[in-house]
Structure formats: structure tokens, C-alpha cells
Design a protein around this ligand. Sequence first.
Ligand code: GMT
Length: 375
Amino acid sequence: MKIGIVCYPTFGGSGVVATELGLALSKRGHEIHFITYSQPVRLDLLGNNVHFHEVNVPEYPLFLYQPYELALSSKLVDMVKLYGIEILHVHYAIPHAYAAYMAKKMLQEEGIYVPIVTTLHGTDITLVGSHPFYKPAVTFSINKSDAVTSVSQSLKDDTLRLFDIKNEIDVVPNFIDFSRHKTHFTDCQRDIMANENEKIITHISNFRKVKQIPDVIKVFFNIQKQIPAKLMMVGEGPERLEAEQLCESLGITDKVVFFGNSNEIDKILCFSDLFLLPSVTESFGLAALEAMASGVPVISSNTGGIPEVNIDGVSGFLSDVNDVEDMSKNAIRILSDNNRLKEFKERAKDESKKFDISNIVPKYEAIYKRTLKKC
Ligand code: GMT
């Protein structure tokens, strides 16, 4: 099939999922066209089956807000016609599902039918999409998609609760491509980051409010009072400065490394002993799954889709949002006994195997085929 993929090309989970899916589909012989405003960060290999088309939005001083949806719709129309794209798979409803619907309508005028598959990722529904200003447009574009998928059962439930949805929603969970996710390094240079007796705790996110960054620092603060440890803070975002200031006021700056965005997530996870994800809400928690795939147990909140990924007492522990004391207690429980830590590491890796990409890609292929049959 010739599939157009629309996503946010940044470090966010939805862009990562869209990119990894496109690459996996291309390996199975499909022709993939990424259509977005810059090359997705994990898209390192363009080849015969993988193409990237940049959406340009010309700046014009009259516009306070540049009309990205318009430029995207036009680009989709042009690319469908030029490359004979058969399906558009858009990741993140806002504004991608809306722009794709407009493209579909324009193409229909010319007798071309292209179905739209919309994948809901989380904040497009739980934070942004349910805002009254966006709600009618998001509801409309979900209902007008030819197929809708959500990355967890929890996100499906939220979507049905928050919007008036007439369409079926298929749950297709996020995944790990074990052929691309490196877990075996001859040397992941743990000794550069910590002493032999220190445990390494890691957090990876876009440092937005929803990630509850102060709780990451507070849990680490409690851990290091009892167990020698270092904290790796990976990612970039609006809460970073406040996090650095909190570390300073707690007197732990020498124990915390702020990496910024990194393309070496696998390497950082390779030397990590524990992953912290205390988010207020999380449709899935791809970062937690990536940690588990590297054999890193997860201490997380029990919100949204996280319990579908991190299994309490198996791959880590779950606590109520904001319950720093419980998270700290659970973290110390895992880290204080090396045998227990080893068991949690093994089980985290085992649990991640449920999300092997080879089980997930056929689900998307079946959905694509179903939408093509409609024409
Ligand atoms: O977490 C974010 O703020 C980024 C956001 C995104 O769109 O990239 O992540 C969402 O989609 C990911 C991939 O499906 C999920 O793993 C994240 O849980 C979800 N984030 C939230 O629901 C807050």
C-alpha cells in the first residue's frame, strides 16, 4: 500500500510512534510518505520506500497565526495526486485529522478517494481536544475519519466520555521495535555517570506540567537520603528551569544531570536502574515502555493508560498521582535489594515483549485494508 503519515516530527511520543510505524511498514514492502513540517527526529533512514515531504507555511505579516492546517491540506492533496497515496494515516487529532478531512473532500471533487485513519494519542483528547474552543472541530474530524484508533483502552474511554463520538474506536496499543531498540551495549559508559555503588534513576519527557516534574525530583530526593544515587533528567520543556531550581534548593545539584533532548535514549536506559513517571495523566506512557524494554523497572502514577503498560508489583509499582511518599517507598523497596532489583528488571523486560511491533503492525494493516474496501 502507499501510505501517507502525518505527525508531529518532534521528540513527543506520538511522533516517535508514527515514525517507528512508518519504518516498520516500509520494511514490509509498503511505500511510506511522511508529510509534516520537518523531518521526524527518529526518521534516520530515507530510502526507496520511505519519503519525506516538508509542509511549508509562508510567513505573511497579516496573519497573527500562520495557517498550518491550510498548508497541510494543500500539501496532502498534492502528494496524494503526485505519488498515488492510497491512505492517509494521521497521528494526533489536532489539527491533523481536520486537515486530512479537508484534503479528502478536495480530492473527492476530482474523483479521487483517499480514506483517513486517525490515531488518538492522548493530549489531543484529554488536555487540548476537550477545550471548548476546539471541541466541535475535534468531534467532527474524529466522526468523519474512516477509521479511528486509540493507543489504550483508557484513552478510548476518555474519548467516548468527553466527545459525542459516533465512530467505532479500535484500541491499537503503542509498541517497541526490538530490532531498532538497542539493549545490548558492550559498554554503555555507566561509570561516566555514577560511581559503582550508586543507583541510576532516570526520567524522560517533554518537561510539561502534565509530567509532574517536581514529583520526580522529590521522589529522587527521598531515594538518595537512603541509597547512593544519581538522577538523569532527559528532555526539554517549560518545566525544566523550575526543576533545576528545585534541585538547587534541595542541595542535590551534584547528583542530578539535565541532558536536554537526546538521540541516545537507548544508551541512557542501558545504564539506568529505575524509571520515574509520576504524570498527572498519560494515555499510554511510551517512555515507560521504552524503559521496560531496556529492562528498567518503572515507578509511576496509576493514571490513564499507564496501568495497561506498567503492571503493579511486576514491572514496577503504581501510586496515586502526587503520592510522593508512596512512590519513594516503592522505589527504595526495589533499589535496596539487588536480587529484588534484578527480578524487577527481568520482569519489566518480559512485560514489554507484549508490545512487540510485530504484533501491532498487522493490526494497522488490517485497518488500512478495511478502509480501502469501503471505496
Ligand atoms: O506526553 C506528551 O505530552 C506528548 C504526547 C504526544 O503527543 O507525543 O504523548 C502522548 O502520546 C504518546 C504516544 O502515544 C503517549 O505515550 C503519551 O502517554 C501521551 N501523553 C499524554 O497522554 C500526556
